[in-house]
Design a protein around this ligand. Structure first.
Ligand SMILES: C[S@@+](CC[C@H](N)C(=O)[O-])C[C@H]1O[C@@H](n2cnc3c(N)ncnc32)[C@H](O)[C@@H]1O
Length: 254
């Protein structure tokens, strides 16, 4: 019926009339969306909004880590610095290690590339916090195998990766910014090494959160219910919790 009406309108009405109908039967009317201060081709902040408050992706990262704070215990390895080990780990953390690919600042205990497992002892860590890092490593499957190998049986990897995101210029100019992920690619990548039953993948964000994040607005500039609405078609952040089985019968990487 709708198709027949469309075809009839196309035959009988001039283009200008058809455009007028489309314009005023859509809401907001086509061409009359008020974009306000977002109407600019450059972002409000190119620094993820960090000078305005908390970047939107960090709102989701911190909510994920707070939810799984009980996993952050024993010997914990974090990438780059140990901010989240200290923030969420509590008294259960026995040893805090920091891995960096190049930097030798005082808090770094392991300098190494996650695509080369020889930097890390096997079965050594109870928890591996890998936030916003996999997008900077070209060989993600090898990186996940390294993480699995370094975890103790029963150990947990808490991982976050970007979906809809700007490029990180700082990282791009050093080791490279290669990827954005989806819940599906994240799941398949982890299932190649961890058993499917030991992996939880969740998505965070929605169209408003994505726009705010891309423009560099801070999480404080949105309402909690605006941030918390989850639309799986607008994945700002993907979180993965993967547990190494007690018995190391992992899936073959090939
Ligand atoms: C933006 S930081 C991410 C970690 C930080 N804690 C966070 O939450 O934002 C980027 C990190 O990627 C790491 N990185 C880049 N390439 C790497 C590689 N091949 N192996 C290990 N780490 C790598 C760098 O050491 C750097 O600390």
């Amino acid at each position: 019926m709708k198709q027949a009406l469309t075809l009839a309108a196309r035959r009988l009405l001039p283009l200008s009339v058809r455009r007028g109908i489309i314009r005023y039967t859509r809401w907001p009317p086509v061409g009359l969306v008020r974009m306000g201060q977002l109407r600019r081709p450059t972002p409000i902040s190119p620094y993820w909004g960090s000078e305005r408050g908390q970047p939107v992706d960090r709102y989701y990262i911190e909510r994920f880590l707070a939810t799984h704070a009980a996993d952050i215990q024993g010997r914990v390895l974090e990438i780059g610095d140990n901010t989240y080990t200290r923030l969420f780990g509590g008294d259960g953390v026995v040893q805090s290690d920091v891995l960096h690919v190049a930097d030798d600042s005082p808090q770094v205990t392991i300098i190494g590339d996650l695509t080369h497992a020889e930097h890390l002892s096997e079965n050594a860590f109870d928890c591996f916090i890998v936030t916003q890092t996999l997008q900077f490593i070209y060989d993600v499957p090898t990186t996940i195998r390294t993480m699995h190998q370094a975890l103790k049986p029963g150990g947990v990897a808490l991982v976050t990766v970007p979906g809809i995101s700007k490029i990180s210029r700082h990282d791009m100019d050093r080791w490279g910014h290669y990827w954005s992920f989806t819940s599906l690619s994240a799941r398949r990548l982890f299932e190649a090494t961890f058993p499917a039953s030991h992996i939880q993948v969740e998505t965070h964000g929605n169209v408003l959160a994505a726009i705010a994040f891309l423009h560099g607005l801070a999480s404080q500039e949105l309402r909690p219910r605006e941030l918390d609405h989850s639309d799986p078609d607008y994945q700002v952040l993907i979180t993965i919790r993967a547990i190494k089985p007690e018995e190391t019968a992992c899936a073959s990487p090939d």
